[in-house]
Design a binder for this molecule. Structure first.
Ligand code: FMN
Length: 125
């Protein structure tokens, strides 16, 4: 009996679930893109991408980041220069600057405590 086809086998295998296979396909087929087409990216698609990006795991869920969509022509020019005029930046339909805000972790920690779903926040043991 093959472990991959035996549904009673509780051990995770490469073909354990279709979701796992789909994830493997994405990881194995993903490539860095360095030249983009001029297909426009609508605001709602961009907003969805940003929402997904902000689901990224991060230390203590402090989310010490800010995302800036750079659509203004002058700012775009300056951003492309900061990207060393690489083709990926030059040909991108939309540019996003992601800023690491290492200075706001305390403020975000306070917010997590304020918005903790089970108030009062459980004490540390
Ligand atoms: C943090 C980070 C910075 C990168 N910076 C650049 C870059 O400035 N220019 C570039 O052409 N590729 C950049 N890359 C892409 C890598 O060169 C690429 O991931 C690597 O060559 C493997 O290729 P693949 O992503 O197609 O598998 C960067 C990747 C990471 C993770």
């Amino acid at each position: 009996m093959n472990a991959n086809t035996d549904n009673k086998d509780p051990i995770a295998t490469p073909n354990h679930t279709p979701q796992l296979q789909a994830f493997r396909d994405i990881v194995e087929s993903r490539r860095s893109v360095r030249r983009f087409t001029d297909t426009p990216i609508p605001d709602d698609v961009l907003a969805d991408c940003l929402r997904l990006a902000m689901l990224a795991p991060n230390s203590s869920n402090l989310q010490p980041w800010e995302f800036y969509v750079i659509d203004d022509a002058d700012n775009r020019k300056r951003a492309i220069k900061n990207c060393m005029n690489q083709n990926a930046a030059k040909t991108s339909a939309r540019l996003i600057a992601i800023v690491a805000r290492t200075d706001i972790w305390h403020e975000h920690a306070q917010q997590i405590l304020r918005e903790y779903p089970d108030q009062p926040v459980p004490k540390k043991k």
